[in-house]
Design a protein around this ligand. Structure first.
Ligand SMILES: [Mg+2]
Length: 474
């Protein structure tokens, strides 16, 4: 056991809770959780492969050729953007400039990419763009990329556009998610699909013991929620999973749940029998549908004392933050791999930064010499013979070339870490990625998994760092 006064140390970086806006957990009275990919982490490869297969079968029923469609989840990452119009998947920086693009299953050369996107900005409010919000988007990207190749090869019915292909992907996946077959498979063999985390139940018990009300608000239906929550928690929690939560809401239809005024029904028995709910919500109850106002009324606390934790940037954190002013936490599991990759690249990043600083100096010196030559041409030079200035300039050019040769491989390696095609999820070159910008705007805090609140403790004061600005003096 750790001595009460052991030297303090912070959790490993990959398991910290990062703050965009300062959040005092002590001031939070209730914590609501999304379920899929928030409380329950799925083995993405297994789950998404099944979703992909189910959707592919549906596409085949349309008479479309599907043999060439391949499930390659490593080819894509969360936070990329589907361009329905051109049959591409792109990565954008925080301003919406496309920094990398894939057409069908082929990464575009820089020149092709520039020709397509030099005058185009990614604006997620336009229907052209579909943001890959969660890990559920991986099967979608694989299917769309495969079909875009088939559009190009003329193997789909005449007149099929990339947009049509996307619509088919979307409807096939939606149907696969809604129909019972996929979920039945998951529930039948949960060990294949669900990654257990024994620290998670303890994190939830701690939050509850610290006086916070805990809620589940999920779009999944009751039977699935019951089975999968029970599988995940009951082995660790003596009273079963229900004993951890003050309120469970299934079939919530987020994001409408946070915006609308849908009626709520109580689920009165384990089989899912419903009755209309009148009056205040019952402690420990399970409900279907409803809306966030009912939850606020039940909790009797203002929005800023409710924290909602989810993995979907739009449905879980954007709307809750903007409309209700609830505090928000985003779960981004891929952050763990990202942090590990950054840690292993740390020394090289330092080397790269040092080389770039050296390059900046040489470029500045070179600019000054050129200016002196220019002034000399204009007849108001400083009297140093131009030949001497040119000699200096050519020397600098040589040094810069040598420096560039050292920078290039490091820079290339830097943009290929985490994912060879797309690089780090949260960065676009030196800038923030579009995903990072979305997270910054809508999530007060973000972390790789709910269990990280165990390390943070229910008493944490999660401070946002002093943001960096180009003119910072360091
Ligand atoms: Mg989710």
């Amino acid at each position: 056991m750790t001595a009460p006064h052991a030297a303090p140390s912070l959790p490993p970086v990959a398991r910290r809770v990062f703050a965009n806006r300062t959040l005092n957990l002590r001031a939070i009275e209730a914590v609501g959780f999304d379920m899929d990919y928030t409380l329950i982490h799925y083995r993405t490869d297994a789950w998404e492969r099944r979703a992909f297969e189910h959707a592919r079968e549906r596409i085949a029923k349309l008479g479309w050729p599907t043999e060439s469609l391949e499930f390659t989840p490593q080819a894509f990452t969360q936070g990329l953007v589907v361009d329905r119009k051109l049959g591409n998947v792109v990565k954008a920086n925080r301003f919406g400039f496309v920094v990398r693009a894939m057409h069908g299953t082929r990464v575009l050369e820089f020149e092709e990419q520039r020709a397509m996107y030099s005058r185009v900005l990614v604006d997620l409010a336009e229907p052209r763009w579909q943001f890959m919000n969660t890990l559920f988007s991986l099967s979608e990207a694989c299917l769309f990329a495969g079909l875009a190749d088939l559009v190009d090869a003329g193997k789909l019915p005449t007149g099929t556009s990339y947009e049509d292909a996307y619509a088919v992907v979307r409807s096939s996946l939606d149907a696969a998610h809604v129909e019972g077959a996929l979920k039945a498979e998951i529930v039948k063999e949960p060990d294949r699909f669900v990654e257990l985390d024994e620290e998670l139940p303890l994190a939830l018990r701690d939050l509850r013991q610290a006086g916070k009300k805990l809620l589940v608000i999920t779009n999944s239906e009751w039977e699935y929620t019951r089975d999968i929550m029970s599988y995940t928690f009951d082995r660790f929690v003596p009273g079963g999973w229900r004993s951890l939560f003050d309120l469970v809401i299934v079939g919530a239809r987020k994001p409408e749940f946070f915006m609308g005024s849908a009626p709520i029904f109580e689920i009165v028995d384990e089989s899912g029998l419903l009755r209309p709910s009148v009056g205040p919500l019952r402690e420990g109850g399970v409900y279907l549908g409803g809306n966030a106002r009912l939850v606020e009324k039940k909790l009797e606390c203002p929005g800023e004392r409710i924290l909602y934790v989810g993995d979907h940037i739009f449905s879980d954190v954007n709307v809750t933050k903007n409309l209700l002013r609830w505090r928000t936490a985003l779960i981004v599991r891929a952050l763990e791999d990202e942090v590990h990759a950054l840690e292993s690249f740390k020394q090289k990043q330092r080397d790269l930064d040092a080389l770039m600083a050296e390059k900046e100096l040489l470029e500045h010196a070179s600019g000054q010499l050129r200016l002196r030559l220019l002034r000399d041409d204009g007849g108001y030079g400083d009297g140093v013979p131009p030949a001497e200035l040119r000699r200096g300039l050519s020397q600098l050019r040589g040094q810069l070339e040598e420096l560039d040769a050292r920078i290039a491989p490091l820079a290339r390696e830097g943009v290929e870490i985490v994912n060879r095609s797309w690089g780090p999820m949260m960065r676009a070159g030196n800038d923030k990625s579009h995903l990072a910008r979305q997270i910054e705007r809508h999530a007060d805090v973000y972390t790789s998994r709910v269990a990280n609140f165990l390390y943070a403790t229910p008493f944490a004061y999660l401070r946002s760092p002093r943001g960096s600005l180009p003119h910072d003096v360091v």
